[in-house]
Each structure stands twice: as C-alpha cells, then as structure tokens.
Design a protein around this ligand. Structure first.
Ligand SMILES: Nc1nc2c(c(=O)[nH]1)N[C@H]1C(S)=C(S)[C@@H](COP(=O)(O)OP(=O)(O)OC[C@H]3O[C@@H](n4cnc5c(=O)[nH]c(N)nc54)[C@H](O)[C@@H]3O)O[C@H]1N2
Ligand SMILES: Nc1nc2c(c(=O)[nH]1)N[C@H]1C(S)=C(S)[C@@H](COP(=O)(O)OP(=O)(O)OC[C@H]3O[C@@H](n4cnc5c(=O)[nH]c(N)nc54)[C@H](O)[C@@H]3O)O[C@H]1N2
Ligand code: SF4
Ligand SMILES: [Mo]
Length: 839
C-alpha cells in the first residue's frame, strides 16, 4: 500500500480512441486520480472529456471484475452468471475452440473485435490476428465494412495503399505543410483531437480548409468553404468537383500522364484495356497500349518494368482512336477521357440538384483545391457508412489524383515508420490452406479479402450455415448489437452460437449473450507497445511502452494476456514465445534498435529518427524501373480493370442510395427525411454512458432536425420523438439545428447503458420504445463491393410522442434482458418494400 497522501505522475497516452493523446496520469496513493495533457508528446496538446474521465472509467461500479459463466439459457431474463476462475474460463474457451476446429475446421470459429478507433483494442489488434492465424480462422468481425474499409482499403484500388494508416502503410495528410485540407465527412474536433489541433494551427498560418458535411459541425466554423452535402451523395459531389477541375484545365497533366493509367486505351466494345494480344503482334501479349503523340502510333506499356517500351514516348492523356485489329476496327478512348466523360455527367447544375449543394460554394471549392495546392484530404465516417461507399472512396481518390499532390510535401504522404517486426502472424502454419472468410465468394474484393467478415456474413454463417457453419465466437469488445444494423437477426445469431466467450470491461447487450465472460483491464491498467502515432512525421518517430497507471481492478486482465494464455492452452504456445509477452514485445521492437528496458525507463516514449522521403513512386530501382504504385499496373488506377473483371464499374459511377429519395420516391412519400448519424463528443460509440461526468452533459439520445422540419411536424425542441424508418422505430429527443437542410435528420447511435449515479436510464436495445439507432437501418441494401449497409443514408419520418420518456427502464435494469427473443411484431413493415435481399 502506498502512502495515501503520496502523489506521483507518470507519462502515458490515453488509449481510449484513435487520437491516442499523449497524457500525464496522476496517482494519489494507489489511486489513479487525474489525466492531463502532455505537451511534450507529439499527440499531447489536449485531452477530451472522455480522457479526463479516465479515473471514472477505471473505478466504475459497473466494471466486470471476475470471469463468469452462464448457467441459464440464452434469452432468459436472468443469465444466471456464476463467478469462476480464470483457469476454468480459459479452459472452457480453449476446449470449445479445439472441439469446433476438430469437427468443422477452424473457420467455424470466428473472432469479433471492437474497433481500435473507439476502444483500447488497438493495443491487442495485432496479437488477435496472430492468434487467428495460428489457429487458422479467417473470420474476423471488426466493423471494417463500416469503419476503415473506404479510407483504408477501397483506395487500394486507386493508389495501391490506403488513404490513411489502417494497420498497414497508408497516406496521411501532411497537415503541417498542406496548402488546402479537405475534411470529408470527418469531424476531428469531436473524434480525433490530434487532427483538430494540427488543423487549427495550419489554418492560422493560412492553410485553406474545405469541410464536406451535412452539418455545420466542428471545424466547419473555420472553413473557407463548407459543402452541405446530402447524406450518401458524396460520390456525385466528388465527380462534380472533378468535372469542374477538368473543364477548367485544373489538373496536374504531367502527374496523370506519367503516373496514372489515364493514357491507356480502353476498348469501347469490351471495356477492357487494349492489349498487344488484341493486335496480334505476337509480342508481349498482355502489355497495355497507349497512343504515343510523338510517334503518332501505339506504344506498349509494360507493367512489369513500370515503363513504356519507348523511353521517349509521349503517351496522350486524352483522345479517341480507331484501332485496326485482326477482328476489325475497334474504337478506343484513353482511360482519362472516359473518366472526364463520366465527370461531365455531373455538371454543376446536376450536382446542385443531386447533392442539395450551393453551386457557388462548389465552384469556390474547386478553385481552392487547384489554387491552394498542395492538397491533403481525410475522408472518414461520413463517407464510409453507405451502400455506395466503395465507389465514393474511389471517386474522391480520383478527384485527389487530379491535384498531383500524392506523396508530395503537404499532400497525402506515406510517413516513414520506425522499423518493427510484424506480429500478426501472416506467415504462420495455420494460415496456410486457411479457408476463405465468409462472404469471399460474393464479394472477393471486399473485407473478406483481408480476412474480415461483415456482421451480415457472420450472422448468415451462424444461422444459415452459408457458406459454412460458424459455431463459435470469441469477442474482444465489439458491441455488435448496438453497432450494426439487422439487430434482431444479430441477436438471434448470437443466441444460436454453440459457444461464445466475450472479453470486455462492461457487460453489454452483446456480451450478455455469451457463455463465458472474461473481464478486461482498461488501457490505464495495462502495458502496451506503440510504434508510431500516425498523424505526423514527429508522431511517427515516437515509440512508447505505455505503462500501467494502476493495477487492474478485480481480477481483470489485459486482452494481450488473455490471448497469450489462450494460445498456450490451445497448444499454440510456440508461436507466442511460450506465453511470454515480454519476449513478444522484444521480437516486435528488435528491428528498431531500441531495447525494451530503455523504453521502460522512458515512460514518455523514445524518439527514433525517421527520414521523410517524398515522391517515392518516382524513385528508380537498380534495374532502372520506377518504383511506381503497388497496383497491378504500377500506376494510379483511374480505370480499374480489377473492378471490371469482378463485374463492378471500372470507373466510379455514382449510384443513388438505395433507400433514398431519388431511388425510392414511393418510400420517400411516407418517410421524407434523409437520415444519417454522427458520433458524440462525450462518448465512444456505444460506451461511456455510465460515467457521470460525461452522461451529465448528455442525458438522453438526440436526433437533430431543422427548425422548419420540426415545426411542420409539431415537434418542439427537447421533446421526445419517434424516429421511424421502413425498417423500425426508436425514440430520441429532438434537437433543432438550423444548419441542416430541412430534408435531413441526424441521429446518434450507441444508446443502451444506464448511469446509476445520476439515475439516468437504460434504453432497451431491442425495442421501438428504446433508442438503438441501428434498429432503424435495414441490411438488404448493401455496397456490392464491401457489403457495407447504409447506416448514414436512409429514409425516416419523425413525429412527437409527448413530453416524457416512455421508454425509460429503471437504471438498474440490464437493457433488453426481459424482451422476448425474436419479437419482430413491432416492425410490421419489414420485408414489404421490395428491397432485393443480398443475404
Ligand atoms: N468522441 C468520439 N470520438 C471518436 C469516436 C466516438 O464514438 N466518439 N469513434 C471513433 C471511431 S470508431 C471513428 S470511425 C471515428 C469517426 O470520426 P468521424 O468521421 O469524425 O465521425 P462522425 O462524427 O461520426 O462523422 C463525421 C461527420 O460526418 C458527417 N456525415 C454524416 N453523414 C454524412 C454523409 O453522408 N456525407 C458526409 N460527407 N458527411 C456525413 C457527420 O455530420 C459528422 O460531422 O471517430 C473515432 N473517435
Ligand atoms: N448508426 C451507426 N452505427 C455505427 C456507427 C455510426 O456512426 N452510426 N459507427 C460504426 C463504427 S465507425 C464503428 S467503429 C462501430 C463501433 O462498434 P464497436 O467496435 O462495437 O465499438 P463500441 O460500440 O464502442 O463497443 C466497444 C466495446 O468494447 C469494449 N472495450 C473498450 N475497450 C476495450 C478493451 O481495451 N478491450 C476489450 N476487450 N474491450 C474493450 C467496450 O466496453 C464496448 O463493450 O460502430 C459502427 N456502427
Ligand atoms: S480524444 Fe479523448 S478519448 Fe481519444 S485519446 Fe484523446 S483524450 Fe483519449
Ligand atoms: Mo469506427
């Protein structure tokens, strides 16, 4: 026991969300009492209210403190939790994993994980992957289709890398040097403080700022241009901006000619790129062809060397040619010409109508983008959670390609990383011959390609045994039933699992359906190794071994400890250094040249010099080939043959949201408002409602609407309303927001938890009387490439339900437990809208 009066401070970082703010923790006696910013840390300029509430989180009376097992059937109002020891809990889990792998193969056992952007699970994400790979399961359900897919993966099909850091390398805006920053559906003042502070600094030095958001939120008040886009129509806006820029000649012709596949010729008859084989020259076969303006003849491009066969070729970016082949004359256009034509369909007037945008603001945005180069952009949740998100991400990335700013100072750059060893076990024996992730057959270019399974695919595999049965689940965080659409089916699926173990800090409506509960230590109660902090060159150079601020509450353990222990019990200890986490960290950090002991002696982290190199695609290798881009053509792929081969649009055609006013005027007649959602500044997704200092500032769920829309419906500010969609209905309090288009409503997701201290209620997550936003969203209309459901573009109607909250349950009630399991009766409309089911 430390002297209760003693005070000490320890340098750390807050691990609660993606910002990972550098911080200083104060410990009084044995107690963690405060968290403050650490300005000496590259991400330590500020802390948000959630970070400051760290001690409340640690000492919350609702924390899970002991492993438990269920003794009553799933769906019973009383799960009959019985306290057990760690040995029994982990033995039960390991035995179920072994049994299921033996009978059905390891793919029949899936893993779920809370997003590292909104939980402390970034600490353990690599180790979870390692366990999956060692065990042999390809099925990781981690919200990728909603969070990270578009910014981190869809842009692979353009640049060969993500447009952000997501696990692997990605291109981040170099905000310190940017001339113009575009925040596209991203509100860092609420969601990633580190980016907000660097943006504000850059605006002070004169950086231009464009904010694209249906709400005048966050940094919109510092923006030079705010584009109030209709939710879900971002793809049309990107093409419209590109159209303005191409029409005015505002594009980096040299970059596109030299580094994109824009000059390559596309056959009008097949949509394929023209190859030498088409000409039957007998040479090269699959080499693609462009028109060489210098020779006035075709010139072959060889992707294996990243060069045209004539070094002095001048491939034409634009043009239309009739090419004679043995089969006859074939009309061809350059890929760039086809892109420009697609953009022409999105004229200023057309986009103003489609996106509900002021044309003058759009023209101003296009001008700023061109005149204020270099340009950086960050597109986040606002553009991700849509059933057209993959092509939207492509459209934005092609708009960005016009600037030529990629990997240039002030553009979206590939920050270097301190060398470290990969820990995710991608080459372990278990990964060899591993089955494909569920959903791979339907969407081979989507999350399944990276061994991720959407919640829809997970539920299908459990309930319909398609493409194979999934019988077991190990969940690290992940509050599936609040975070995903198709809530009732999700509940049915979790109940149908033969075995489900869940590791978490708190009981949740999802965890409540587990067989075994594993109590987890919060980020403040455990060690973690972090190599690089993503947002800047300086941040990338920092390596930090975050120390435990206090000992774990109760018997709680770090996720990483659970993983290493479980691996040993599964007989996979050889891949986990015999269960020695310390040895694992040593392996990971060895290439950096920094020792674990040195890191431990420097709790604030150590700086390992990293050198910034811009324009890496132009670097020439020993054979004289440019490095290029890691795409099939080694070029920025304006035209994606990969998409074409899989039956998707090779250019980012804009498709209307399937449950929207244009695609479904019949539905819009009854549900006239376009519904989206946004994160709360006080809570991370479905968490933190039990912490008094946060909940006090936001007692009830809210839905924002324009005062005129409220008045037309007889809705008063602060009044309880029903939000109704073709899929379901929930309750929230009306908040009036005059910055919205009167046709748009914005809700909040993640409400279920009570705060006993304040007497603030819980909300039934499975009932129309509750406030689980995702009950409103159907799972029938999905993005064809990624399987993303339309969480941020749906149709709704809002009506008043009176001054009080009829849905409140007592603060002690565990939300939802008393509900009948499959009660869909309160959703009478379900399935009657002719939406094509993709299940
Ligand atoms: N405080 C807090 N911080 C968080 C989280 C949290 O829950 N709370 N969650 C973390 C996670 S998991 C994530 S993914 C990030 C997300 O970080 P952000 O992307 O910043 O999250 P949001 O605020 O949900 O969405 C950004 C903006 O998109 C707008 N928007 C809504 N629909 C559309 C649309 O159709 N088009 C466009 N262009 N914009 C739209 C919203 O109005 C909102 O202002 O935040 C992380 N940080
Ligand atoms: N309508 C709508 N739906 C959305 C979104 C939206 O904006 N609107 N956002 C989507 C996005 S971007 C995301 S990322 C998902 C988020 O969905 P999830 O990834 O499920 O995140 P949370 O809802 O915050 O739940 C996280 C759970 O993990 C637990 N947890 C926190 N830290 C740790 C830890 O260190 N270890 C362990 N084992 N558990 C921990 C928490 O207690 C909580 O139970 O929701 C998605 N769903
Ligand atoms: S933004 Fe808040 S919750 Fe996120 S890391 Fe920083 S202090 Fe923690
Ligand atoms: Mo997320």
């Amino acid at each position: 026991m430390a002297d209760p009066a003693s005070r000490r401070q320890i340098q750390t970082y807050c691990g609660l969300c993606i910002a990972r703010c550098g911080a200083i923790a104060t410990i009084q006696g044995d107690r963690f009492v405060a968290l403050a910013p650490d300005p000496s840390h590259p991400t330590g300029q500020a802390l948000c209210a959630k970070g400051r509430a760290g001690p409340e989180l640690v000492y919350s009376a609702d924390r899970l403190l002991h492993p438990m097992k269920r003794t009553r059937p799933k769906g019973d109002p009383d799960p009959g939790w019985v306290r057990i020891g760690w040995d029994e809990a982990l033995d039960m889990t390991a035995a179920a994993m072994r049994r299921i792998a033996d009978s059905d193969g390891p793919e029949a056992f899936a893993f779920s994980q809370g997003s590292g952007s909104t939980t402390g699970l970034a600490d353990a994400g690599g180790w979870i992957r390692r366990l999956m790979n060692a065990y042999g399961s390809p099925n990781h359900c981690g919200a990728m289709e909603l969070c990270g897919w578009s910014r981190g993966f869809a842009t692979h099909y353009t640049f060969g890398v993500g447009s952000v850091h997501v696990g692997s390398a990605g291109a981040m805006p170099d905000i310190a040097n940017t001339g113009c920053l575009i925040l596209w559906g991203y509100n860092p003042s609420k969601t990633r403080l580190t980016h907000a502070t660097s943006t504000v600094e850059a605006v002070k030095r004169g950086m231009k700022l464009i904010v694209i958001d249906p709400r005048h939120a966050g940094l919109a008040n510092k923006a030079d241009v705010w584009l109030r886009v209709r939710p879900g129509s971002d793809g049309a806006l990107a093409l419209g901006l590109a159209n303005l820029m191409i029409a005015r000649g505002w594009y980096d012709r040299d970059f596109l000619r030299d580094w994109s596949n824009g000059p390559l010729l596309v056959r009008a008859d097949t949509g394929r790129l023209l190859t030498e084989r088409d000409l039957d020259t007998g040479e090269g076969g699959e080499r693609r062809l462009a028109w060489d303006a210098r020779r006035q003849a075709l010139v072959a491009y060889d992707p294996t060397i990243g060069r045209y066969v004539h070094d002095d070729a001048d491939p034409a970016l634009e043009g239309e040619h009739s090419i004679t082949t043995p089969q006859g004359v074939v009309l061809c256009h350059t890929a760039f010409t086809l892109f420009a034509r697609l953009c022409q369909r999105h004229s200023l007037e057309a986009v103003a109508t489609t996106c509900w945008i002021d044309p003058a603001a759009m023209e101003e945005a296009a001008r700023l983008i061109w005149e204020s180069r270099p340009v950086g952009y960050y597109a986040y949740a606002g553009h991700e959670q849509h059933a057209n998100t993959s092509q939207t991400a492509r459209a934005i990335s092609l708009l960005y390609a016009l600037t030529g700013s990629f990997d240039q100072p002030g553009g979206n750059v590939l920050f270097p990383a301190v060398p470290s060893a990969a820990i995710n076990g991608g080459t372990l024996p278990g990964t060899v011959g591993m089955a494909k992730a569920a959903g791979f057959a339907e969407r081979p270019l989507g999350p399944a390609r990276w061994n991720n399974v959407t919640s829809g695919e997970l539920y299908r595999a459990i309930l319909d045994k398609e493409p194979y049965a999934i019988r077991g689940l190990l969940g690290f965080g992940s509050n599936l039933l609040l975070a995903r659409s198709d809530v009732l089916r999700g509940r049915e699926a979790l109940m149908a699992l033969e075995f489900y173990a869940h590791a978490d800090l708190f009981m949740s409506p999802t965890a409540e359906l587990a067989d075994v509960i594993l109590p987890v230590a919060s980020t403040f109660e455990r060690e973690a190794l972090r190599v690089g902090f993503d947002v800047s060159l300086e941040a990338q150079s920092l390596v930090q071994l975050r120390q435990a601020v206090v000992a774990p509450q109760g018997e709680a353990r770090a996720d990483t400890e659970i993983i290493f222990d479980l691996a040993a019990r599964l007989g996979l200890g050889e891949h986990f250094w015999g269960g020695d986490i310390e040895a694992g960290y040593q392996y990971q950090i060895a290439p950096s040249g920094v020792s674990l002991d040195a890191l431990r002696a420097s709790p604030g982290g150590m700086r390992v010099p990293v050198v910034m190199r811009y324009g890496k695609h132009a670097e020439i290798d020993a054979k004289g080939s440019p490095h290029g881009f890691p795409t099939p053509s080694r070029k920025v792929e304006i035209y994606s043959e990969t998409f074409l081969q899989h039956g998707y649009d090779p250019l980012p055609e804009y498709r209307e949201p399937q449950v929207g006013p244009v695609a479904r005027p019949d539905l819009a007649a009854r549900y006239p408002l376009v519904l989206t959602s946004a994160k709360s500044t006080l809570f991370c997704d479905s968490q933190h409602r039990a912490l008094p200092s946060l909940r006090r500032q936001s007692i009830d769920p809210e839905v924002e609407l324009h005062p005129d829309a409220a008045q037309a419906r007889g809705v008063m500010a602060g009044e309880w309303v029903a939000v109704e969609t073709p899929e379901g209905s929930v309750r929230a309090r009306a908040r009036l927001n005059a910055s919205l288009d009167p046709r748009v409503a914005v809700g909040q997701h993640g409400w279920w938890q009570a705060c006993a201290t304040l007497g603030a209620p819980a909300y039934d997550p499975f009932s129309a009387e509750g406030s689980n936003f995702n009950l409103l969203i159907g799972a029938d209309a999905l993005d064809p490439i990624s399987g993303t459901p339309p969480h941020r573009a749906y149709l709704c109607e809002i009506r008043p339900v009176g001054a009080t909250a009829p849905m409140s349950k007592g603060p002690d009630a565990m939300a939802g437990s008393s509900r009948p399991p499959f009660d869909r009766s309160m959703y009478p409309h379900r399935g009657r809208f002719g939406l094509v089911s993709r299940r």
